[in-house]
Design a protein around this ligand. Structure first.
Ligand code: GDP
Ligand code: IMO
Ligand code: MG
Length: 424
């Protein structure tokens, strides 16, 4: 079955956009299955840099169909801005397809995201503020509005009035804030609906048909394994399932249709937002990695927290995603930093050694990383044209990562460009 899933193996921002862009040159269809415009996927092509949030990165190839599956949450204003921004740069969005079952982010979701974070104070999650959590809450509560509704004005009016009234109760009574003007929201959203209608199509059906016809299909993961609602560092997670299993429910295809699962990781670890991070470097070395790696959020611009490569996390990612290979990005950032540490296990306060990522923050909280050291490497990696040209110390680092994670590294990243990805 010629389908591939590309997932984030860490806390997001692993360079999925770059890998998708490389693989999309051969794909007929690229599909997103979860998340929303909390994602920020960077594709660099010559002097052009594209930052995609909701639209699959395959859109940059003329003629490639790009699907947004039922599991994605859509901010209509956000997606229209993205379409306009791409079209202004000469990128056609004619190939975009949006599943009518996908839920809509409404203005009250964005307000409730901000108010929820404020009320959590120092315990805040550090969300992207895009209304993701509140939208998925309504979906699970069965009170959400969907793309289908948006394209059916009478239905939308009725449902939005009911939902908006209910949210205004919370906004005014719980948070003591002024209510949302529901009529204005309805009029604004119906205008968006008019513009989005031509893109609406059943993405489950078109993905199934493409696979039946032997076409190449690529599933573009957003966020990362440790941000998964079920298998991540709960509650410091997003509200969807970024792991490979999320593709089946978020597109509407069965597991027998999946061929490969490629995990994307950085040669070190980063995280934006709050929550545990066992190998975090809060010293000058952490700053060096942040500055050299340009570790600032694509969506919010926040500085990313940085730390050593964590093989415990990666073994977790290999297991829960069923990874068939790894793409290891940003090796270039580590050049000249030595010795390099890799976390191989965690030590608990009572002296036990954990090889598997613990299921609770309480247990993780007391853990110390167990490190092994490698000499590291120097030199300008960004001009290497083949894997064999990488310094011996770098190849040794990659090999050790493979051994510790139990997964083959099939691609090594030495820069943000399409060409700076060395196949192995
Ligand atoms: P995504 O959310 O997983 O698509 O990743 P982001 O786009 O948010 O962040 C990854 C950043 O790293 C982007 O700025 C990419 O251009 C950049 N990048 C990707 N691979 C490499 C690499 O191998 N080396 C360097 N130096 N940068 C890379
Ligand atoms: P890509 O696809 C990194 C993080 C937020 C926060 C948590 C919850 O670019 O890798 P949310 O707004 O989803 O409710 O925030 O998840 N987060 C990401 N971190 N990359 C992302 O996407 C992220 N999307 C959400 O920072 O910690
Ligand atoms: Mg990103």
């Amino acid at each position: 079955m010629p389908s591939k899933i590309v997932v984030g193996a860490q806390w997001g921002d692993e360079g999925k956009g770059k890998i998708i862009d490389i693989l999309a040159s051969r794909a007929d269809l690229v599909v997103r299955a979860q998340g929303g415009n909390n994602a920020g996927h960077t594709v660099k092509s010559g002097d052009e840099v594209y930052k995609l949030h909701l639209i699959p990165s395959g859109i940059l190839y003329e003629g490639t169909l790009c699907g947004i599956g039922c599991g994605v949450v859509i901010d209509p204003r956000g997606i229209l801005e993205e379409i306009d921004g791409l079209q202004a740069r000469g990128v056609s969005c004619k190939g975009l397809r949006i599943d009518p079952r996908a839920h809509l982010i409404m203005p009250w979701h964005i307000l409730l995201d901000a108010m929820g974070e404020r009320s959590l104070g120092k315990n805040k999650i550090g969300t992207t503020g895009r209304g993701i959590g509140p939208c998925y809450m309504d979906k699970a509560q069965r009170s959400g509005l969907r793309v289908y509704d948006l394209c059916t004005p009478e239905l939308f009016r009725q449902k939005a009035l009911a939902a908006g009234d209910q949210k205004n109760e919370i906004i005014t009574r719980v948070y003591k804030q002024p209510p949302v003007d529901i009529d204005a929201v309805i009029e604004e959203y119906l205008r968006y609906g008019e513009r989005l209608r031509p893109y609406v199509a059943d993405v489950s059906v078109l993905t199934y048909e493409a696979l039946q016809a032997g076409k190449e299909v690529l599933f573009e993961g957003a966020q990362g394994t440790l941000l998964d609602l079920d298998l991540g560092t709960y509650p410091y997670v997003t509200s969807s399932n970024p792991i490979s299993g999320g593709v089946c429910t978020g597109v509407g295809i069965g597991p027998s249709m999946i061929g490969e699962v490629i995990g994307v990781a950085k040669a070190y670890t980063t995280r934006v937002g709050e929550g545990p991070f066992p190998t975090e470097l809060t010293d000058a070395l952490g700053d060096t990695i942040r500055n050299r790696g340009g570790e600032f959020g694509t969506t919010t611009g926040r500085p990313r927290r940085t730390g050593w490569f964590d093989a415990v996390i990666m073994r977790h990612a290999v297991r829960v995603n069923g990874l068939t290979s790894l793409a290891l990005n940003k090796l270039d950032t580590l050049s000249g930093i030595g010795p390099l540490k890799i976390c191989t296990a965690y030590r608990t306060p009572d002296g036990r050694t954990l090889r598997d990522f613990p299921p609770s923050l309480e247990e993780l909280g007391g853990c110390e990383p167990v490190y092994e050291e490698l000499p590291g490497f120097t030199g300008e990696l960004s001009c290497c044209k083949s894997y064999e040209q990488l310094p011996a110390g770098c190849q040794e680092y990659v090999k050790r990562i493979e051994q510790l994670c139990g997964c083959r590294v099939s691609m090594a990243g030495v820069g943000p460009e399409r060409e700076q990805n060395l196949e192995r």
